[in-house]
Write a protein that binds this ligand. Structure first.
Ligand SMILES: NC(=O)C1=CN([C@@H]2O[C@H](COP(=O)(O)OP(=O)(O)OC[C@H]3O[C@@H](n4cnc5c(N)ncnc54)[C@H](OP(=O)(O)O)[C@@H]3O)[C@@H](O)[C@H]2O)C=CC1
Ligand SMILES: O=C1O[C@H](COP(=O)(O)O)[C@@H](O)[C@H](O)[C@H]1O
Length: 212
């Protein structure tokens, strides 16, 4: 989007693949949310607490949603839960609700650039999926330098066989226009635009705080 003579012009980037939107996309059934880079700061301080808040408000039912963490650090499910527990305790959540939710989180350790870990992840996700009506959301809480290889591994090893697959990336989306365009085209070779969500949780923060 660019401005010209005071008017907004909407342009389609050359790197955006034009693909028909999925038809008959099921929004019911089982959703697997995978947080890649689960050992890191963004996952601990923002992503997991945001998912918990959705759970607390009834948007993520425990029988329909499964949450997975993935990163290279070799830790157990409980280690991951303990890492993020401190943030939750500060936020004064109900201990019972928190404990219940923590048990929904599973952790898989593996590298970002080889198939082995992603095959294990796929197997772990499949164990919790119903055969029909399952959907998969991959949230990349990772530096942008690894987005392309991670997207490649997801495409190779972790695509959903019977429902949609979506990719969420946080800012920074590259470091300038050129690197952002390059990232877009690398990810765009693997996924359609309708499968990619770019998030900047910080962009509107001050404005929203002023409103509430
Ligand atoms: N922290 C925040 O509040 C926010 C962060 N961001 C952005 O999100 C991204 C992640 O941030 P954050 O979680 O703070 O960063 P971290 O450094 O904590 O990275 C997250 C995880 O990614 C893996 N990792 C780190 N560096 C590399 C690397 N060079 N190559 C491969 N894997 C790596 C590590 O996991 P392991 O080694 O276990 O695989 C790490 O635990 C960054 O781009 C950051 O700028 C955006 C908004 C807010
Ligand atoms: O995106 C960002 O988020 C972190 C965390 O922000 P918070 O105010 O919501 O805790 C911030 O430290 C960083 O500067 C910003 O780029």
């Amino acid at each position: 989007m660019g401005s010209g003579g005071g008017q907004w012009i909407v342009e389609k980037r050359s790197s955006f693949r034009s693909e028909p939107l999925e038809v008959n996309v099921s929004e019911t059934g089982c959703l697997s949310i995978v947080v890649l880079g689960a050992s890191g700061d963004l996952a601990k301080k923002k992503t997991f607490p945001a998912l918990f808040n959705l759970y607390r408000q009834g948007f993520l039912q425990s029988n329909e949603v499964h949450i997975f963490g993935y990163a290279r650090t070799k830790i157990s499910d409980d280690d991951l839960r303990n890492r993020i527990r401190s943030v939750f305790l500060v936020a004064c959540c109900s201990i019972m609700l928190m404990t219940e939710w923590f048990y929904q989180i599973k952790y898989v350790s593996g590298s970002y650039d080889t198939e082995e870990g992603f095959r294990m992840l796929d197997k772990e996700i499949s164990l919790h999926e119903e055969f029909r009506n399952s959907t998969r959301l991959f949230y990349l809480a990772l530096p942008p330098s690894v987005y392309p290889v991670v997207c490649k591994m997801i495409k190779l090893c972790c695509m959903n066989k019977c429902g949609w697959t979506r990719i969420v990336v946080e800012k920074p989306f590259g470091k300038d226009l050129e690197s952002a365009e390059k990232l877009s085209s690398q990810i765009g070779e693997l996924f359609g635009e309708h499968q990619i969500y770019r998030i900047d949780h910080y962009l509107g923060k001050e404005m929203v705080q002023n409103l509430v």
